[in-house]
Ligand binder design. Structure first.
Ligand code: UDP
Length: 161
């Protein structure tokens, strides 16, 4: 039933999207931002930073035991990231679809990884994988003063409510 899920609570869902070092180096930031704007999501936070290995190991805490973990931290801290928070109805799940499978070789064309990537260790973007995960990641990367509540003037053309 759409009217409940597009109500104010659902519309305020947020996710963390990061353009990884390979995406920034390859000048893909604009194209990635464009896809989320075009879909109708609202940008509520954005910054560029060079992440520390400590912050990255908190971000990827579930992967600490994986063989690739040291390489992941080394690569993710090697050059700047562009970190964003996007808001909108079902944004966590929709973003995962827009980003595509973790391994770009398996990602569908039309997804960010399916259009711009080849290898799993250089997959261009990060997207939170659950609403709870998104809340944790947003708190990790952003101070609350860096997140902007604003009204998008085309709201009624994007949502019924
Ligand atoms: N990764 C990697 N090698 C692998 C699997 C993952 O380098 O075999 C990296 C890749 O950058 C991936 C990140 O680790 O995006 C996090 O992995 P996860 O399984 O959480 O995938 P995601 O949620 O990013 O799709």
């Amino acid at each position: 039933h759409y009217s409940t899920s597009s109500g104010i609570a659902g519309v305020r869902e947020r996710t963390l999207i990061a353009v990884k070092p390979d995406g920034v180096q390859r000048r893909l930031v604009g194209q990635i931002v464009h896809r989320f704007e075009q879909r109708g999501f609202k940008l509520v936070g954005l910054k560029m930073l060079k992440a520390s290995e400590d912050l990255l190991s908190q971000h990827y805490h579930e992967l600490k035991k994986k063989d690739f973990f040291p390489y992941l931290l080394c690569y993710m801290s090697s050059s700047p990231l562009v970190i964003m928070v996007w808001e909108g109805h079902n944004v966590v799940q929709t973003s995962r679809m827009m980003v595509g499978s973790t391994n770009p070789a398996e990602a569908n064309p039309g997804t960010v990884r399916g259009d711009f990537g080849i290898h799993v260790s250089r997959n261009v973007v990060h997207a939170s994988d659950s609403v709870e995960g998104a809340q944790r990641e947003i708190q990790l990367w952003f101070n609350h003063t860096e997140l902007i509540d604003w009204d998008c003037c085309d709201h009624s053309s994007t949502y019924e409510l």
